[in-house]
Design a protein around this ligand. Structure first.
Ligand code: SAM
Length: 397
């Protein structure tokens, strides 16, 4: 897929460009060569056709994040990859609004996914974006959403924005290098710079910062609430709620099938250790990353079987949105030979392989098991009191 530049973006916004985009939308998702040929045979110049096809393809991919609104948005690949999905942005915006924030600076607003959500929630949003094309697209996205009166974008350096103009600040620093597009894992290499971002909390009483979910807990500013968010089991982000926005130390927000579930706590509790019991719970990644496994264990009457592993065990199955529950049918010390024999005995031909605390590669194990049979099972590779262990499980109702 090609890159979009400012000239192509301007061309796409002309009547001719808009017609090219409509034509590209009709063929997007199919074979790229056929799509390009279709546009050229309709008399669309090659450059414009390529730009329209890139945009149409990005919009198609963006539907998973933004829903039908994606169809009217302008996007870059890097901007889309880093953009917040709508369900998460809407929740953040509602929380800011409920906390009394009415004017918000979005420092490094990207294509505007968060800013648009805040504007939809009734906030006046001032977006600042360093990249000229991204800033221009964000402004166009505000226009397409009918929000030009409440979300404006200025191109510039977020660190120079006068934060005394607003009563809240949101910052979602870039986690990709501008030149190479490669992912940045070290928050100290984020842009705007991490020191600027964390210092915002001292300057603006309502500050919220979006960070990668792999954030090291040692980097959480003192007094901030750290929230981890998952959507249908995928861990999507962490957010640091600072100043007056901090309610408690840690929160796991689990968005599943349209419903919202929250687990909160100190993040410093340790779950009690016990034996493997009849039911195994595999906690949602937001719970694990928020260090709220002990809090979840308390609600389930569960224990862990190894101090460093986040599987929980209990005698009874309890329905919870925060973990998947499996019934343990067999516990064996890890041995390929014994596991293969057991699965063969049970005529297990299909397995899902879960693991925590095991270096084994699931796909390699699957091959080595040489499965045959009409039954299914879950194979859990883990450690129990330090010893490599395999649990064979079945789903619970
Ligand atoms: C992670 S993206 C923001 C995504 C946005 N929250 C969304 O959901 O659409 C970060 C953006 O910050 C911009 N940026 C990085 N450093 C900046 C700076 N010093 N000033 C202004 N913008 C900056 C990048 O160009 C990038 O578009």
């Amino acid at each position: 897929m090609g890159r979009v530049d400012l000239d192509q973006f301007a061309a796409l916004r002309t009547p001719e460009g808009s017609a090219a985009l409509d034509a590209a939308t009709r063929v997007a998702g199919g074979d790229p060569l056929t799509a390009a040929a279709t546009l050229r045979s309709a008399g669309i110049p090659a450059g414009l056709a390529a730009a329209a096809l890139t945009q149409a393809e990005l919009r198609r991919r963006a539907t998973a994040k933004f829903g039908p609104e994606a169809a009217g948005m302008f996007l870059t690949r890097a901007g889309l990859e880093q953009a917040t999905r709508r369900v998460v942005a809407d929740r953040r915006a509602a929380r800011l609004r409920a906390a009394g924030v009415r004017t918000l600076a979005d420092l490094g607003c990207g294509l505007g996914a968060d800013a648009l959500a805040a504007a939809r929630a009734g906030l006046r949003v001032y977006g600042v974006e360093a990249d000229a094309l991204t800033a221009a697209m964000a402004a166009t996205n505000a226009e397409a959403a009918g929000l030009t009166g409440s979300f404006t974008v200025e191109r510039g350096d977020a660190t120079a924005f006068d934060v005394s103009r607003v009563d809240g600040v949101f910052c979602d620093p870039a986690r990709r290098s501008t030149g190479t597009g490669r992912r940045i894992f070290d928050p100290k290499a984020y842009s705007p710079p991490w020191d600027f971002v964390t210092d915002l909390a001292a300057r603006v009483p309502h500050t919220v910062v979006k960070v990668a979910p792999g954030l090291d807990h040692a980097l959480i500013p003192a007094g901030a609430e750290a929230e981890w968010v998952s959507v249908d089991g995928d861990l999507v982000e962490a957010a640091l709620w600072c100043g007056r926005l901090a309610d408690l130390p840690r929160r796991a927000t689990v968005l599943r099938a349209g419903a919202v579930h929250q687990l909160t706590g100190s993040g410093a509790e340790e779950a009690a250790v016990g034996p493997v019991r009849r039911y195994l719970y595999d906690p949602d990644p937001a719970v694990v990353r928020a260090h709220l496994v002990a809090e979840l264990a308390t609600t389930l009457g569960a224990t862990i079987a190894d101090p460093s592993i986040a599987y929980l065990y209990a005698d009874t199955p309890t329905g919870t949105p925060f973990a998947r529950c499996l019934e343990v049918t067999d516990v064996l010390p890890f041995s390929l030979k014994r596991l293969r024999a057991l699965l063969r005995d049970r005529r297990v031909g299909r397995v899902e392989i879960l693991k925590r605390g095991s270096a084994l590669e699931p796909e390699r194990l699957r091959r080595d098991l040489r499965l045959a049979g009409d039954q299914a099972a879950s194979v859990v590779l883990t450690r129990v009191a330090g010893a490599p262990t395999v649990l064979v499980c079945q789903p619970t109702g």
